[in-house]
Write a protein that binds this ligand. Structure first.
Ligand code: OGA
Ligand code: MN
Length: 210
């Protein structure tokens, strides 16, 4: 498999530190197909993102301002993305025995000034989102535009890393362990956020819509 060295690096990073940040990791042709698709989507295919079961829109707006569109395999870029993330899933399951079972992901569009305040993607014991994958669809992104993803340790305020949302950068981390936030940029910022879940059909709760 062509991606084997990359997937091995990601698995090693997750094993040793729980997170992985790899630049230019997404295959270039896949990144540009996705970048093209997200910009060609009609405005009404995006909707304001929520925060879990939170229905209070005013409160949500204090936390996150991005708009999202879920990805399926009805376009070739979407299908290729799901195939690629499926290969990563298989690789990580073989190497780390995480038992990743399903994957869901959305495009996110942050307009100038939009942000997503510090949050966790999953809560301990809730057993839904196990591993987060984020990638960026912004060609020629410059550091001074802002829009960094800031990753924090489980405890403490000193960031582990600032990640500019540069085309093809891939970020993977354990969803329950790393608080993170998206800083505002001075222009449009496009990303994909996705989550691998373990099979939690034994639980009775309805999955959060975010
Ligand atoms: C998310 C998220 C990060 C990013 O959607 O949960 O943290 O950089 N996104 O877009
Ligand atoms: Mn997140």
């Amino acid at each position: 498999m062509a991606e084997q060295p990359l997937f091995e690096q990601i698995a090693n990073d997750i094993y040793s530190q729980g997170y992985s940040v790899r630049e230019a990791a997404l295959p270039a042709s896949l990144a540009s197909a996705l970048a093209e698709q997200v910009r060609s989507l009609p405005d009404d295919s995006f909707s304001r993102a929520g925060i879990g079961r939170q229905q209070d829109h005013l409160k949500t707006e204090q936390v996150r301002r991005d708009e999202i569109c879920w990805i399926d395999d009805s376009t070739s870029a979407g299908a290729d993305w799901l195939e690629w993330t499926g290969e990563l899933q298989n690789y990580i399951n073989r190497r780390l025995f995480l038992g990743l079972f399903s994957f869901e992901s959305h495009f996110a569009h942050y307009r100038a000034g939009d942000f997503y305040k510090t949050h966790l993607d999953a809560f301990r014991g809730q057993q839904n989102r196990v591993l987060t994958v984020v990638t960026y669809l912004n060609p020629d992104w410059q550091r001074e535009y802002g829009g960094d993803l800031v990753i924090y340790p489980e405890q403490g305020d000193a960031p582990l890393m600032h990640v500019p949302p540069a085309m093809g950068t891939l970020v993977v981390f354990l969803s329950e362990e790393f608080p993170h936030e998206v800083l505002p940029a001075d222009r449009d910022r496009y990303s994909i956020a996705g989550w691998y879940r373990i099979n939690s059909s034994a639980g009775s709760s309805v999955d959060p819509e975010s």
